[in-house]
Design a protein around this ligand. Structure first.
Ligand SMILES: Cc1cc2nc3c(=O)[nH]c(=O)nc-3n(C[C@H](O)[C@H](O)[C@H](O)COP(=O)(O)OP(=O)(O)OC[C@H]3O[C@@H](n4cnc5c(N)ncnc54)[C@H](O)[C@@H]3O)c2cc1C
Length: 456
């Protein structure tokens, strides 16, 4: 194919029709802008394809809902979402304990990635965005603003004055930025990987467990979790170290090894997983990556979503955070207009980077809480004391999980406040008689200690 350099003058080019690229397109169409999206995947409506290795369902929480509400999609998404009001912790003997996420009405929502993505992409199209499937971005040349794609018809190239890279954790736009000077980039694969498995509906077509909870089997260095689906099945995710531990992916070589691990550690779940042996050896084992980089802007190009801040999934915030990126960027466009994209993008990255650093860090830290601490009775007591503090002093003490999941307090502020509260709670919990005395605690004194620590 010959090179034909076309100029897409007033158009915003979005790379990636994933969750974030599609929502960004919706915001921009509502601003009255011309938007073209390019995705390497085929159009699912024409060519079904496997999404093996991607999470099947995910937790949608306040920040995500807020963005959906802004673009008028809350009502359309609600029927796809199942509320989960807390964690249901399964011990090794089949016993369970329910730990609410917040107040009785507060929930995070399980939603299928595929259906949700489809809804957002179709909404973007309905508003007039053009989605070009099977367009794999190969490179972006910042000097000439030329973008190059591989398509079934051969390579295509055009000049794209404004580009938003929402092309995920392995972003091509970010890779092009890495070749520019003074671009900082850090990636880390954690020692654990994950594999998705299923608990199907029962023979009578019902959920096999409570559908309004996120189920966790915390086992110290590893864990299993399960989220409900509208077809009454649960998608389970098994998080194990890749290698080097007594229980790790490397040591599960055959059905016998698998059975030993599941009967020893997840027996109640095992009994509900008739297809475990087939699924385990068929489904991929996927890696978990944390990506931090800066700047996110090069001239009139910007990275958003996982392309700029891919995080491990243990706070359930990657998508929610990406949606909040879209909302904040839209707010800046409202304020500054679109005559100077460079300025809008610059303001965006300055505002947002401390927040995404904070949530990436929190996501790493929450892994220990999920796989280990939730099984500790002291952890439950700590949660109870914090809930009481929040009840008595709703504006002064907001548990960290609540700040992150049920408010839009900036992630950086939540992180800083969370560290202060954590230090105060460590002292409270250090009392050897706390289990007996917790009901007699001087809650006002705890608040005063927190305020003093904050002032320092
Ligand atoms: C196991 C797991 C569980 C998770 N659970 C949650 C959760 O409960 N809650 C939550 O909020 N988040 C969760 N996340 C995080 C969430 O999945 C991501 O944050 C979210 O998908 C990011 O969306 P994105 O659009 O930025 O990237 P992606 O979803 O990766 O989409 C990127 C798009 O870009 C396209 N693309 C990539 N490269 C190119 C290219 N070169 N050219 C053209 N197109 C390209 C891809 O085809 C894709 O469509 C989880 C992640 C994992 C791994």
């Amino acid at each position: 194919m010959g090179k034909s350099i076309q100029m897409k003058k007033n158009e915003v080019t979005i790379l990636g029709a994933g969750l974030i690229g599609s929502l960004m397109a919706i915001y921009l169409k509502r601003q009255g802008l011309d938007v073209s999206i390019y995705d390497k995947r085929p159009d699912k409506r024409k060519t079904p394809y496997s999404e093996a290795g991607r999470s099947i369902n995910m937790a949608l929480s306040h920040r995500g809902w807020k963005s959906l509400e802004q673009v008028g999609l809350k009502e359309k998404v609600e029927p796809l979402a199942i509320p989960m009001y807390g964690r249901k912790v399964h011990d090794e003997h089949g016993g369970t304990k329910f730990i609410p996420y917040g107040k009785a009405y507060q929930a995070i929502y399980s939603i299928s990635r595929g259906k949700f993505n489809q809804l957002l992409a179709e909404e973007a199209e309905r508003l007039g965005a053009v989605i070009n499937f099977e367009h794999k971005c190969l490179n972006f040349d910042f000097r000439n603003q030329e973008i190059k794609f591989e398509t079934p018809e051969g390579e295509k190239e055009f000049v794209a004055p404004v580009v938003i890279g929402a092309d995920g954790a392995y972003s091509t736009l970010r890779m092009a930025m890495q070749k520019q000077i003074r671009f900082n980039y850090k990636q880390e694969y954690i020692s654990h990987g994950y594999k998705e498995l299923t608990i199907p509906a029962t023979a009578s077509g019902e959920f096999a467990m409570d559908p309004n909870a996120l189920h966790i089997w915390p086992r110290g260095k590893f864990m299993l979790i399960a989220l409900p689906n509208p077809d009454k099945s649960f998608t389970c995710t098994l998080f194990l170290p890749f290698e080097g531990s007594k229980v790790c992916f490397e040591k599960i070589q055959d059905e016998h090894d698998l059975e030993i691990v599941f009967t020893n550690y997840f027996d109640d779940a095992y009994k509900l997983m008739p297809d475990l042996k087939t699924e385990f050896f068929k489904n991929p084992t996927s890696a978990l990556i944390n990506v931090e980089c800066y700047p996110w802007v090069q001239d009139q190009s910007l990275l958003i979503g996982d392309a700029s801040h891919a995080m491990v999934p243990f706070y359930g915030q990657g998508m929610n955070c990406g949606f909040e990126d879209c909302s904040i960027l839209n707010g800046l466009i409202d304020k500054l207009g679109t005559n100077s994209w460079g300025l809008v993008f610059e303001k965006f990255q300055k505002k947002r980077k401390p927040d995404t650093d904070a949530i990436c860090q929190l996501a790493m830290e929450n892994f220990v809480e999920m796989r280990d601490s939730v099984a500790d009775p002291k952890f439950l007591l700590r949660k109870r004391i914090e809930a009481k503090l929040h009840e008595l002093y709703p504006n002064d003490w907001i548990p960290l999980y609540t700040m992150v999941t049920f408010t839009d307090i900036s992630y950086a502020e939540a992180y800083a406040q969370g560290k202060i509260q954590d230090a105060v709670m460590n002292k409270v919990m250090a009392d050897p008689l706390i289990t007996e005395n917790w009901n007699k605690l001087d809650y006002e004194d705890i608040i005063n200690k927190m305020e003093t620590a904050k002032a320092v």
